[in-house]
Design a protein around this ligand. Sequence first.
Ligand SMILES: *Cc1c(COP(=O)(O)O)cnc(C)c1O
Length: 458
Amino acid sequence: MDQMYFSPAQVDRLVDDAFAAIRQYNQDVRDRPAYPSTADLEILKSLASPLPASGSDAVEVLSTLVELGAHTAVPTTGGRFFGYVAGGVLPVALASRLVADAWDQASALHAMSPLAATLEKVSERWVVELLGLPDETFAGFSTGTSMATFCALAGARHHLLTNAGWDVKAKGVFGAPPLRIVANEAAHSCVWRSLRLLGVGEEQIVRAKTDSEGRILPADLPTLDDRTILILQAGDVNTGAFDNFEVLCPLAQKAGAWTHIDGAFGLWAAASPRYQHLTKGIELGDSWACDAHKTLNAPYECGLVLCRHAAYRAAMETGASYAPIGAQRDGMAYVPEMSRRARAVELWAILKSLGRSGVAALVDQLCARALLMATLLREAGFTVLNEVSFNQVLLRCNTDAETARVLAQVQQAGECWCGPSRWKGQAVIRFSVCSWATTEDDIQRAAKSFRTALSTSR
Ligand SMILES: *Cc1c(COP(=O)(O)O)cnc(C)c1O
């Protein structure tokens, strides 16, 4: 190849093939086993090959990839995938993302994409309104909640140290006045990792005791002061439980502490009249992290860091000779990355398409399906360990060994897929309803698979 050039016809051909592949995938995904078989995954070994010295035809490359995905992609969008807290993809989000990928907009600076910058700004306002957060709250668009948590905690550190008279920008954090970290003992692993990356060791974290659901016991709340970051959660990754923000946030506010809330999937409860009692008081927090790619069913890499303090912006301060931060929204002023794809496109499309009532309906549907599953599991003889206050069902059999056997059999059967976890020292199965595509029939099929597995394992 002397010159790199693709004719419009070649481009069209690839795009047509891609869209045909997407249509086929979407058609097949509901009927595929809920997880690729070990035999199917064997194909992936064929990928281990040296870097090609010369190229291949692009149409053939795409076709190879499509064939590979048809057998090995984990069918998270098929309606019977209940592993982790995965989320499906709303059709409007998929379509918008595909269009946005063709636009290839960078959302570092307003000048690079006034379109992306405006969609970030509008989505930010909509999310703040939908979640009932304070007006002054702003949002950064991150890959997910892990990065959002990291950013928020960096902002918190900057805020508290600045208040303590320490110039973080000039002096750094080594030798700074010590901060106190109080976290829900059941906090998500991304909290501990973020703290470690920010220079806080595990022995330096005070773990707040929790009840059987993983909610901080307010009576046992460790001392808070104006050098404290308090880390709460809206939606425990196992039980789905919410901390008591109404009680805890005012205590933190009174002490001058900073409250960060991990609401990766649970923060969206605030959009539902039926579930917003769970998030009562979140508006008294200082920063929040959440994902649009879980409960809201955006495609992956659609996270949000929300904050209401200028110190956050100071912590993220940036700018280059060729890229000064201007008066209009520059996305890179809110997160550590410069070049980022325009993630707000699909978030905007989802919120525009669903509206307030649609988001509520989505949240309610996921929770209703989880409740149905819990009922069917109890009827089948399983122990449901959690209250099922949101979209997570935590279950177990009589022993750790039996729980592991039943889970292995359910996974093998391919009717549905979910994974193991540990809760309060016991082996458990975690079943998360997080996709719009999950129907009542899907839940019935999943429950039947659990029933069968239990009866054959005894
Ligand atoms: C998924 C999850 C995270 C991590 O979010 P990512 O988007 O995967 O980075 C953090 N906290 C909770 C409660 C989660 O469910």
